[in-house]
Design a protein around this ligand. Structure first.
Ligand SMILES: *Cc1c(COP(=O)(O)O)cnc(C)c1O
Length: 530
């Protein structure tokens, strides 16, 4: 890879698209190539006019720490910088560009009203240490969202502070662990194991292990649900908790939830519910009625608020009466007309002495709370119920429209919830789910979730969400049908896909196992970094 004096590096394309005449620039029409900023920037250029550093006696003060080699940061002029990042942003796929069918992710449209509300200076500019008397409105809003979530789940207590689904799982399991430790202090035996279904999101076993528990898996039945008999057989005095996702990651409702809760409680354990899929049942099912002890809610999946690409999330956790005393601090409490933030010091002295501690320094993701409040208030109770109904309808529309071309392992057992699940069975020899996903990129769609859940071979998990129109769904279905037909017919061009994307097939295993995260000037490293 040669970089000429001006930093320009022509024809960066990987040469796989040779059926097209390569352009001088490497650009393909208005799809612009973009090298790394290190490859186009140099230390001679800058977008800012800095005064010379004062001749301080830095040498004396820094001693051996004084930098001896150039820092190697790239410099660009302001327009070059703006264009670099704008060109990169155009290579992103985003929910504002098209359907994002990722299952287990709930990538839905974020109403702009939410954004406007979150940017109100009274919320956006609030300092986390603002005196309580001066942020009553913000506390009222946190309290309102918490009350609505408690009402929607029929659970008596809530921790608003966790900052993501996985963080909420940690919060829930820490409360469960604190409850068991309290029992141990009263003479109970230690419990060391958490049961997690085979189909669980990877964060579930990871959370249990992070809390110091051994993890054992519960098998699934042939119809994609938790095997109640197998679960019961595993329950015993060593089991601290059972983590169940409902609706589960096969896109199915766990019908035996009450029987599961009864068995778990009879064994002296707690029932944790992964509520990341609440979008499918909000307004229709109250998890508190199912005997759940703790459940996180992904505000960023169910109550809009943008996520993906590292954006902020929020994972409030609702608790049963049994776990409420162990919930973390701080929390907002309404005392007469005032809202107070119950912090550790006062709490320990007055009440809530069993709280396991804190999840975060302050109160959680304020911007997410504002977005969720705007979303809830603008939908109302009937609107929130319709969200779930439309999400389930859209997923079933996808399932039934494609089950004649793609194998749908659980379709025979009835409607799905918010996700349609297909397997790779029936694709021609040598063709895989990966080929289908890559070909969808050429069709202009972000691929679905693939190879998850693990209980289905070559899984393709599709969650259209409630915010897609019938026309969009039809276009997606048409694209997936065409790609699936090519896969079944063994069309070799499918294995070349994507041919229209900025990059073709990368060595994803190598990238994951040996990530090159630091750019160095050696040509080999520059190639690997791509
Ligand atoms: C998204 C998701 C999680 C994790 O949520 P994060 O906010 O990404 O940490 C956990 N479980 C399930 C089923 C999910 O879909």
């Amino acid at each position: 890879m040669s970089i000429n004096a001006s930093g320009w590096k022509p024809n960066i394309g990987d040469g796989q698209g040779d059926h097209e005449r390569p352009s001088f620039t490497g650009n393909r029409a208005l799809m612009l190539e973009e090298p790394l900023i290190f490859e186009i920037g140099d230390t001679e250029r800058t977008g800012v006019d800095l005064a010379d550093a004062p001749a301080a006696n830095a040498v004396d003060r820094l001693g051996a720490l004084l930098r001896s080699a150039p820092i190697g940061l790239p410099g660009l002029t302001e327009p070059e910088t703006v264009r670099h990042y704008t060109r990169l942003s155009r290579q992103n796929y985003a929910i504002d560009l098209g359907l994002f069918p990722l299952g287990s992710c709930t990538m839905k449209h974020n109403p702009r009203l939410n954004e406007k509300m979150a940017r109100l200076p009274g919320f956006a500019d609030l300092h986390p240490l603002t005196p309580i008397e001066q942020c009553q409105g913000a506390l009222a809003l946190i309290h309102l969202v918490g009350e609505w979530l408690k009402a929607l789940t029929n659970m008596p207590a809530i921790a608003m502070s966790p900052k993501a689904g996985a963080h909420g799982e940690l919060c829930g399991l820490l409360a469960i662990r604190a409850a068991h430790e309290a029992r141990e202090r009263a003479g109970g035996a230690a419990r060391r194991t958490v049961l997690v279904p085979e189909s669980a999101h990877g964060t579930n076993p990871a959370t249990a292990a992070f809390c110091g528990y051994a993890v054992e898996s519960i098998p699934a039945t042939g119809d994609g649900r938790v095997d109640l008999a197998a679960l019961k057989a595993k329950l015993g005095p060593d089991i601290a908790a059972v983590m169940i996702t409902n609706p589960n990651t096969c896109g199915l409702f766990e019908r035996d939830m009450i029987a599961i809760a009864d068995a778990v409680h009879a064994a002296g354990a707690y029932l944790y519910c992964d509520g990341a899929n609440f979008n499918a049942i909000v307004g229709r099912v109250r998890p508190g009625d199912l005997g759940i002890d703790a459940m996180h809610i992904n505000l960023h999946k169910t109550f809009s608020t943008p996520h993906g690409g590292g954006g902020p999330g929020a994972g409030p956790v609702v608790f049963s009466q049994a776990l409420a005393p162990f919930a973390p601090l701080p929390f907002v409490e309404k005392q007469g007309d005032r809202f107070v933030l119950v912090e550790e010091e006062t709490a320990q002295a007055e009440h809530h002495g069993d709280a396991f501690g804190r999840m975060v320094a302050f109160h959680g993701q304020m911007g997410m709370f504002v977005r969720a409040a705007a979303y809830m208030l603008s939908h109302g109770a009937d609107g929130l119920r319709q969200v779930a109904e439309d999400a389930v309808l859209a997923a079933n529309y996808v399932l039934r429209s494609l089950e004649d071309v793609l194998e749908a392992p659980f379709a025979a057992s009835g409607p799905c919830m918010h996700e349609a699940l297909f397997s790779d069975e029936g694709l021609a020899d040598g063709f895989s789910t990966l080929d289908i996903a890559k070909a969808l990129i050429d069709e202009g769609f972000h691929p679905m979730t693939m190879y998850f859940p693990l209980v289905v071979h070559g899984a393709m998990l599709i969650e259209p969400t409630e915010t897609e129109s019938r026309a969009t769904l039809d276009q997606f279905i048409g694209a997936l049908r065409s790609v699936a037909e090519r896969g079944k017919a063994g069309d070799p061009t499918l294995q070349q896909a994507p041919i229209h994307a900025p990059r073709r097939r990368l060595d994803e295993t190598l990238a994951a196992r040996k990530p090159v995260l630091v750019w160095r000037e050696q040509p080999d490293a520059a190639v690997a970094a791509e």
